[in-house]
Design a protein around this ligand. Structure first.
Ligand code: UD1
Ligand code: CA
Length: 462
């Protein structure tokens, strides 16, 4: 389908957002509005142009290489945005123009739009919907035969026109020959002093050219996000849909869907139970039969099957194997890997470390840049002293090691297979396998010391 290209309008400041961020970079369920639009467009495999303007560098940085970027120097309206992108779209026979602030439009609807456009050989095909509250949208004005005659913006609409419930979604397929001939004919004599793309409808009608439309049933699909109130509404509705799909299609138990925040890109397996105030962000994958929460945040992480993540745990960029247990109150930082049935418990921080099969770090520890073997027990309060002020150093703990409580492992250091460290030791040298390392001051007992001290006090007071 390379006679078609997509053009996304994303140059607007979004005045109504009252933000210093371009409108299309505001997020819904953790993803920018613009990335939803791109997700809908990408499956077609066509060239994509994005018109940027207000803080355009931020948009370019966020989306990265791939699309063609066209800069609109002054945000003079949607018509002007399409005009400045002429060099891009004139290379194709047809161009689909989408607003970057209509995030939930589906690929299926776009496909329907394109098919209808090509079949009917229209110069413009647009998407409409019937809304109970059409406020804010351009209204579709039709003649008595039902043909579209114009689109009138809310701000320019007469009292009568405001009653029209059929609205313009802001998504169109254009014949580029028609666009080329007429885009410079747009004028800005309207309430907003802007060049309206929608005025091309009037021009087509004047020239007796064919305009078509398709309509969508699901009003959410065409929702345009213009302010923070709409942003919050979109967030709530989209979250509801994500959770509903997980419950009905994937067999996930969500105790309170209104208090559960799951990314649209996350996957969760069946019979996993999610307690309230759980945030699952980014491209996280969670297996089957897990118990998560309450009050847990999981970001871009992979969690296996039958894992228990107890309350107040944060997991970022980590991999958790089958049958592991984490928390309560644990923090797993990026590049942490827990192998099968490992346990990271209460008030433990782990960073960039591997914890082997069946190993346990149950209480109050910091484990950083460490590689821990299988069946290791790390006593309460153990710390890997991984940072010497200049660089991060590694700690190796081999299989079947027992680390006594409150051991300081001053890295780089290696504890050999099956070795023990005495509680309270400061381990600065490698420990050979099967040995005991004790590195602490010897205990001295001074007999009768306490009694003598008390005796002294009594004398003074008496
Ligand atoms: C637009 C339509 C309206 C439709 C609604 C659907 C026009 C004149 N009106 O109104 O009929 O019902 O969308 O949501 O087109 N943009 C630019 N450059 C500009 C101005 C806007 O790139 O100079 C971009 C914006 O970033 C945005 C999109 O175009 O992504 C739409 O602009 P916006 O100002 O939100 O248009 P609406 O008033 O919502
Ligand atoms: Ca809009």
């Amino acid at each position: 389908m390379n006679e078609i290209a997509f053009l996304i309008l994303a140059a607007g400041k979004g005045k109504r957002m009252k933000s210093s961020l371009p409108k299309v970079l505001h997020k819904i369920c953790g993803k920018t509005m613009l990335s939803y639009v791109l997700d809908a467009v990408k499956p077609f495999g066509c060239d994509i142009g994005i018109v940027i303007g207000f803080n355009g560098d931020l948009v370019r940085k966020e989306i990265g290489e791939g699309p063609f970027y066209i800069t609109q120097p002054k945000q003079a309206g949607t018509g002007d945005a399409v005009r400045v992108a002429k060099d891009f779209w004139q290379r194709y026979n047809n161009v689909v123009v989408l607003a970057g602030d209509v995030p939930f439009l589906s690929s299926d609807t776009l496909k329907r739009l394109i098919e209808s456009h090509l079949q009917e050989d229209n110069v413009i095909t647009l998407i409409t919907a019937f809304l109970d509250t059409p406020t804010g949208y351009g209204r579709i004005v039709r003649d008595e035969k039902g043909n579209i005659v114009k689109i009138v913006e809310e701000k320019d609409a007469s009292y009568k026109e405001k009653e029209i419930r059929e609205v313009n979604a802001g998504v169109y397929c254009f014949d580029t020959g028609f666009l080329k001939e007429n885009i410079d004919r747009l004028v800005s004599d309207n309430a907003q002093g802007e060049y309206y793309l929608t005025d091309l409808v009037k021009i087509a009608v004047l020239n007796s050219l064919k305009i078509g439309s398709i309509s969508v049933e699901d009003n959410f699909e065409i929702m345009g996000i213009n302010d923070r109130k709409a942003l919050a509404e979109a967030e709530r509705e989209y979250r509801r849909r994500i959770n509903e799909r997980l419950m009905l299609e994937k067999g996930v138990t969500i105790i309170d869907p209104q208090m559960t925040y799951i990314s649209p890109d996350a996957e969760i397996g069946k019979d996993t139970v999610i307690y309230p105030m759980v945030f699952i962000e980014g491209r996280s994958v969670i297996g089957e039969g897990c118990i998560i929460g309450p009050n847990v945040r999981i970001v871009n992480s992979f969690i296996g099957n039958n894992v228990v993540i107890r309350e107040n745990v944060v997991i970022e960029g980590s991999r958790i194997g089958d049958g592991c247990e984490v928390g309560p109150f644990a923090y797993l930082r990026p590049e942490t890997i827990l192998d099968e049935s490992a346990y990271v418990g209460k008030f433990v921080e782990v960073k960039k470390s591997f914890i082997g099969k069946g190993s346990k770090v149950p209480h109050l520890s910091y484990i950083g840049d460490a590689t821990i073997g299988e069946r290791v027990n790390v006593g309460a309060g153990t710390i890997t002293c991984n940072y010497d002020g200049v660089k991060k150093n590694p700690t190796f703990i081999e299989d079947d090691v027992f680390i006594g409580s409150d051991t300081m492992l001053v890295a780089p250091v290696r504890i050999g297979r099956g070795a023990f460290t005495g509680a309270g030791s400061v381990i600065t040298k490698d420990v050979p396998p099967e040995s005991l390392a004790i590195a602490r001051a010897k205990q001295v007992n001074i007999e009768g010391w306490a009694k003598k001290r008390r005796g002294g006090e009594e004398k003074k007071n008496g």
